[in-house]
Design a protein. Structure first.
Length: 150
C-alpha cells in the first residue's frame, strides 16, 4: 500500500500508477445480496439455471456491483494521512468492457491522472480499472473524482 503523509504529496505523484489491490472472488452470494439491495433481480444475475442457457453461459455480476467494488478495494492501494475527511466527489467515463462471470476473481488498479488544489485540500482524478483474472479486457474502467480535505 502506498501512503501519503498529506494531500500535498499527491501533487508530485500526478501521472503515476498507485498499485493494485488483492484479488477477490465474485461468488453467487455476493451477486444475490447486491440484487436484493438494489432491486435488480434480472435473470442474468440471479438465475443460474436460466443464465446457463444465456449469452454468458452462467450468471454475471451487475455492472454497478463491479463499480461499487472500487470503493471497497481502493483503500488497499493507497492512503492519505493528515486529512479531516476524504469525499467521493463523483465519476467520469464509467465503462463496462467485459462481464464478470460468477466465480471469477477481480482486482483493482489505480492510476493518478490529475491532482488540483482546491480550497482546503486537493481534488484527484484516479483512473480505476477492475481487472478480471485471466481476462483480456477489464470489467470496469472509471475515472473517479475524490477530494482530500485538511
Amino acid at each position: 500500500m502506498k501512503s501519503f503523509s498529506s494531500p500535498d504529496e499527491l501533487l508530485s505523484e500526478r501521472g503515476s500508477h498507485l498499485g493494485y489491490s488483492r484479488w477477490i472472488e465474485i461468488d453467487q452470494n455476493r451477486i444475490d445480496l447486491f440484487a436484493e439491495a438494489t432491486g435488480d433481480s434480472q435473470w442474468i444475475h440471479v438465475d443460474p439455471q436460466k443464465a446457463s442457457e444465456g449469452p454468458f453461459g452462467m450468471t454475471i455480476a451487475h455492472g454497478y456491483l463491479t463499480l461499487s467494488l472500487t470503493n471497497h478495494l481502493l483503500p488497499e492501494i493507497f492512503h492519505v494521512e493528515g486529512i479531516s475527511m476524504g469525499i467521493n466527489y463523483g465519476t467520469d467515463r464509467v465503462r463496462f468492457p467485459s462481464p464478470v462471470t460468477v466465480g471469477s476473481s477481480v482486482r483493482l488498479g489505480a492510476e493518478l491522472l490529475d491532482v488540483t488544489e482546491i480550497e482546503g485540500g486537493v481534488q484527484t482524478v484516479i483512473r480505476l480499472t477492475v481487472e478480471i483474472e485471466g481476462g483480456e479486457r477489464p470489467a470496469c474502467v472509471v475515472d473517479s473524482l475524490s477530494r482530500f480535505i485538511w
